[in-house]
Design a binder for this molecule. Structure first.
Ligand SMILES: [Zn+2]
Length: 458
């Protein structure tokens, strides 16, 4: 059974070094988290799986890494300055501020008062200042989504790579939203990471491609270990749709706090490229540049040659931090063993595990055991599978429990039989491999270890 409440996941994340509250030393910054030594490995593995499945396995999807600091004009013309808002209310009694759609029975979550102000729009973008002078022209935003960096590079990609429709641009990166009420650990946060693709198609082919991307993304999440019964699709109703979308299907996951959005797959039509085509024509007019065919960059494609049109775009947009939380929720298991002892085990897919294998010498202060264990560690590390841990607590049972909790798929123990060379001992030159989920142990010759590990991670 997966995790039943968020507290057990938060506790494991802190205890074992996955995720910490940011600035905890000074009381913590609300809605901002730091990934610890194991969390960063898990997050990087999830990113790598996404990049491989989308960019490397599709010849028509290209990678991009655009800037986080973004010009004000981009978000004026994208519509975010006027529409990227949540409705908020203030509690007149305790002065706390809430998102109106988060309140139950129109009641302050803090003090329970129903004496609330009328809802007011609150823009969620973080503003900052670029350069030494603080005035209207020096403002920039921390991007609230990675998508705009793709749209504003559309012409650069067309000019440099000449892709043919349909094609996509993929990006993983940080985005920032000044959430009024961050909550549920890393689910709703102010600084987060997105994994987004803008997939450009001919108008008229958008609806089948939208469906195709919903299916592709659902399949991918299942391959990360999320079970079918905890995943569901939800088409947004007209009142929920963002200002740019014709249709959006959300992939919901059953987090400990309920079914919530893990990824949205939106049909953004020609809204964004159309807005930026108009936007920069406006900017050119304001700058008194003669507006003619050449001075305005039309964000269009020609197909067939001579026939210009603005492509439609399908956008699968996943929250990476939410993905990490979903994977942790699914993997978390508390089991009662045959001797009534309990163990916590993270049943992560091997490709996501922060540590690929732990090498454990039977004793920590026996030079021959330590040397052999170190040699094996380095030979496995060179395979490039990820981190191989050398574990010298000198307590095998404790090491197994620790590696169960952090999801290490394999523990390899080096003992006196490993060092033994006599032929009469059938265990000579072998190590013990212990498998995380079944706890089954078997001995294999050291000479076969590399091939065994490579096969396991293939
Ligand atoms: Zn209140």
């Amino acid at each position: 059974m997966a995790a039943q409440n968020l507290e057990e996941i938060i506790s494991l994340c802190k205890r074992r070094g996955f995720i910490f509250q940011s600035g905890e030393l000074y009381g913590g910054l609300q809605g901002v988290y730091d990934y610890g030594p194991l969390g960063v490995e898990l997050k990087n593995n999830l990113k790598a799986a996404w990049w491989k499945a989308n960019v490397y396995e599709n010849d028509n999807i290209y990678g991009l890494d655009s800037s986080i600091l973004a010009q004000k004009k981009i978000f004026f013309y994208s519509g975010h300055e006027t529409t990227f808002c949540d409705q908020m209310v203030d509690c007149r009694k305790c002065k706390k501020r809430w998102r109106v759609d988060h309140l139950v029975d129109a009641r302050c979550e803090h003090c329970g008062s129903q004496d609330l102000t009328e809802p007011k729009p609150f823009n969620m973008m973080f503003k900052t200042i670029v350069g030494p002078v603080e005035d209207q022209d020096s403002y920039a935003y921390l991007r609230p989504e990675t998508a705009q960096g793709i749209f504003t590079n559309f012409k650069n990609i067309m000019d440099s790579l000449s892709p043919k429709l349909p094609f996509g641009v993929a990006q993983i990166g940080k985005a920032f939203r000044n959430e009024i009420t961050p909550r549920n650990f890393i689910f709703r946060v102010r600084e987060f990471e997105q994994m987004e693709i803008e997939f450009f198609v001919k108008p008229g082919e958008d609806e089948p491609w939208h469906q195709e991307w919903v299916e592709r993304r659902l399949t991918w999440w299942k391959a990360q270990g999320l079970s079918e019964k905890r995943l569901t699709l939800s088409a947004q109703g007209p009142e929920e749709l963002a200002h740019y979308a014709k249709a959006t299907v959300d992939i919901l996951y059953q987090f400990p706090h309920g079914f919530e959005e893990l990824e949205g797959v939106a049909n953004r039509t020609d809204y964004d490229l159309g807005s930026h085509t108009q936007g920069q024509a406006q900017v050119a007019i304001q700058a008194n540049v003669a507006v003619n065919k050449d001075s305005v960059h039309k964000l269009t494609v020609q197909d067939p040659p001579g026939k210009h049109f603005i492509p439609y775009v399908i956008e699968p947009s996943a929250g990476l931090d939410r993905g990490v939380l979903a994977v942790l929720t699914e993997a978390f298991h508390e089991e009662t063993l045959s001797d009534d002892r309990k163990r916590i085990v993270l049943k992560l897919k091997p490709h996501l595990a922060p540590i690929k294998a732990a090498i454990i010498p039977l004793k920590r202060n026996e030079p021959a055991l330590v040397e052999t264990a170190q040699t094996i560690k380095h030979s496995l590390q060179r395979l490039g599978l990820g981190r191989i841990a050398y574990e010298d607590t000198g307590n095998i049972g404790k090491s197994y429990r620790r590696h169960d909790e952090i999801g290490t798929p394999l523990c390899i123990t080096i003992d006196y039989d490993t060092l033994c060379t006599t032929e009469e001992n059938e265990k000579s030159g072998t190590v013990t491999i212990r498998e995380r989920d079944s706890m089954a142990q078997k001995r294999i010759p050291v000479s076969e270890l590399i091939e065994y590990i490579q096969r396991f991670y293939r």
